[in-house]
Design a protein around this ligand. Structure first.
Ligand code: AVJ
Length: 324
C-alpha cells in the first residue's frame, strides 16, 4: 500500500488558471478579487474586519443591531424564506436571526456560499445556538443559486446581500447582477442590500491602506496563492500594495505594483509574464455610493426602495428594496 498526502497531489484549478492567464495578458493587467479568499485569505479578511480603520463591519453591525425591530417591521410579519448571498460566518446576520426568532416570525434561513466548509460550520453553529431555527443551506455561486431559486416556487423571499459586497462590481456589473436577481424574484419579494457610502476620502483610504499592512498582506496573498496553486514564481518582495480613492466616481482601487522590470513564470499556464518597472496589476474595486446613486440603481434594476437604514455617522447604508 502506498500513501499519497494531499500536498503531493498537484491539482490545478482550471478556471483559476484561465482567469489568471487572461488577466495578466490584458493591458493594464488585472486579477479578480474573488480569488483573494483561500484559507489564508479568509483569515486575513477576518483580521481586516477587526481593524479599527475598517469601519464597514462595525457600521453594518450597529445598523442591524439597533434597527432590527424597524427592519422587521418594514419586512412585515408574514412568513418568508431568508436567503443570504455570501453568508460567511453569519456574524452580522445572527443579530437579525435572533430578533426574528424572539418575535416568533415564521421563516427559514437559507445561507448561500461557494464554500461547503463555511456552510457546515455555520449550520452547526446555528444548530447549537437555536435548535428550533430551520436552516437550509444552498451551496453554489450566486448565479447558480439564482437559477435554483427560480425553480423552487416557495413562499415570499427576503434576500440579504450584506457587507458592501456589491462594491466589488462596477456600476454596470452591479446593475446586471441586480436585474438578474430581480428576474428571479416575484412581486412582494424583498432585498436588504448593504452599500458603503461616499464620505471623507481620508476615512475611506485608511480603511484600505492600514499602517499595520494587513490589507497589503491580504492583496499580496493573491500572488502567494498563484505561486502555490498554479506553480507561480512571484517574488513577494518585488511587489507592493497601492491604494487610491477617487471621490467623484467613488472608486477605491487596490493595485499590486511591480517594483522592477521582471519576468514571472507560471507553470500551470506554461507561460512567463513580463512586468515593466512600476507596472500595476488592478486587483480590487470597492465602489462607494451616494444615497441618490443607490436609489437610481434600485429603480434601474426594477426595484422600489422601501426604507434606508443608516448608522450614526451615515458611513454605511442597508437599503430595503421590494419587487413591484
Ligand atoms: C468584502 C468586498 C466588502 O471591498 O471592502 C476589504 C473586501 N478588501 N479590504 C471591501 C476588502 C480590502 C471588502 N468586501
Amino acid at each position: 500500500m502506498s500513501f499519497i498526502s494531499t500536498s503531493d497531489l498537484v491539482k490545478f484549478d482550471q478556471n483559476f488558471a484561465t482567469d489568471v492567464e487572461a488577466g495578466l495578458s490584458l493591458d493594464p493587467k488585472k486579477l479578480s478579487s474573488k480569488y483573494f479568499y483561500d484559507k489564508k485569505g479568509d483569515e486575513l479578511f477576518q483580521a481586516i474586519m477587526r481593524m479599527p480603520e475598517y469601519y464597514l463591519t462595525d457600521c453594518e453591525y450597529s445598523i442591524l443591531n439597533r434597527q432590527k425591530a424597524d427592519i422587521l417591521e418594514a419586512i412585515g410579519p408574514s412568513g418568508f424564506e431568508l436567503i443570504e448571498l455570501g453568508a460567511g460566518d453569519g456574524y452580522k446576520t445572527k443579530v437579525l436571526l435572533e430578533h426574528f426568532l424572539s418575535r416568533e416570525v415564521p421563516f427559514v434561513y437559507r445561507p448561500v456560499d461557494i464554500s461547503q466548509n463555511v456552510l457546515e460550520v455555520l449550520r452547526n453553529d446555528l444548530k447549537n445556538r437555536w435548535p428550533d431555527l430551520a436552516v437550509r443551506p444552498l451551496k453554489g455561486d450566486y448565479f447558480a443559486m439564482l437559477e435554483r431559486l427560480q425553480s423552487e416556487q416557495g413562499q415570499r423571499k427576503v434576500v440579504l446581500f450584506l457587507g458592501a459586497n456589491i462594491g466589488n462590481y462596477t456600476r454596470q456589473e452591479a446593475l446586471r447582477f441586480l436585474e438578474n436577481l430581480h428576474k428571479q424574484l416575484d412581486p412582494g419579494d424583498q432585498l436588504l442590500i448593504g452599500f458603503d457610502l461616499k464620505k471623507d476620502p481620508s476615512v475611506i483610504l485608511n480603511a484600505y491602506n492600514d499602517p499595520a499592512g494587513i490589507t497589503a498582506a491580504f492583496n499580496l496573498n493573491l500572488l502567494t496563492r498563484i505561486n502555490r496553486e498554479l506553480g507561480g514564481h512571484f517574488d513577494l518582495e518585488e511587489f507592493s500594495h497601492w491604494e487610491t480613492y477617487q471621490p467623484i466616481t467613488g472608486e477605491a482601487k487596490s493595485y499590486l505594483i511591480s517594483r522592477k522590470e521582471q519576468e514571472v513564470e507560471i507553470e500551470a499556464i506554461g507561460k512567463t509574464f513580463h512586468f515593466g518597472a512600476w507596472e500595476a496589476i488592478d486587483v480590487e474595486l470597492s465602489l462607494k455610493y451616494s444615497p441618490f446613486e443607490i436609489e437610481a440603481l434600485a429603480r434601474a434594476a426594477g426595484f422600489q426602495v422601501v426604507e434606508h437604514f443608516y448608522d450614526d455617522r451615515s458611513y454605511f447604508l442597508d437599503s430595503l428594496w421590494e419587487v413591484k
